[in-house]
Design a protein around this ligand. Structure first.
Ligand SMILES: [Zn+2]
Length: 220
């Protein structure tokens, strides 16, 4: 099943469970936080093996484009480990959804992580746009409109007495992560069926810029 540490194409689907995939991310993030990256295979060898056997990533990361939140670094991943989509505000559209479905259906990836982060500029822009009329380009307008429902939900929670030490931006970041996760499952029957069958998990996580920690939300 393994060839020089690289899983080959004959690995049975679901060889890595959602739980195992999550544990690998948690371990990688701990190494990143500690500043002790794990050993990586030599680049040329690894590239050849991945070309010969194909890719076999163990997690899809739907993250923000923010330069401070590169998934491969914060999870201490190696070449071929992570299937990554990034956009400001960790948003998805139909094409991004297709990319995620491809990874789950054809690469047998068992885990999809919607990864938001502390102090997200896209979410800040959406909070500002909710308070005042901003002159935004059509592209940025579409971005803040997509985040707007999360801001409105956060506002309702703030009014209902949510933790006052938690800012509206951070509440909105959390709501946006939740909204994107819900969107993935509700807009994709392929993902919903995978979740139902236990083949794949879609989870929410938040990255903290200062500590470097990724916290998985709604842990049971
Ligand atoms: Zn961001």
């Amino acid at each position: 099943m393994k060839n020089n540490g690289v899983p080959d194409q004959d690995s049975p689907p679901g060889a890595v469970t959602p739980l195992e995939a999550k544990a690998r991310l948690v371990e990688g993030n701990r190494r990143f936080m500690a500043g002790t990256p794990g050993s990586k295979e030599p680049g040329a060898e690894k590239r050849r093996a991945l070309l010969q056997h194909g890719q076999n990533p163990f997690a899809v990361i739907v993250g923000c484009s923010d330069s401070r939140v590169p998934p491969e670094l914060i999870f201490d991943g190696d070449l071929g480990d992570l299937f990554v989509l990034r956009s400001a505000g960790n948003l998805v559209d139909a094409i991004a959804l297709g990319s995620i479905e491809y990874a789950v259906e054809h690469l047998d990836v068992p885990l999809v992580v919607v990864l938001g982060h502390e102090s997200c500029g896209a979410v800040k822009a959406a909070v500002l746009a909710h308070k005042a009329t901003l002159r935004l380009s059509p592209g940025m307008q579409a971005m803040v409109e997509k985040i707007r429902p999360a801001v409105e939900k956060a506002l309702r929670k703030a009014k209902a007495g949510a933790d006052r030490s938690y800012s509206l931006v951070e509440l909105s970041v959390d709501e946006n992560i939740r909204a994107v996760k819900d969107e993935l499952v509700s807009c994709s029957s392929l993902l919903a069926e995978g979740v139902q069958a236990g083949r794949v998990e879609v989870v929410e996580a938040k990255y903290y810029l200062g500590s470097g920690e990724v916290v998985f939300l709604n842990e049971s």
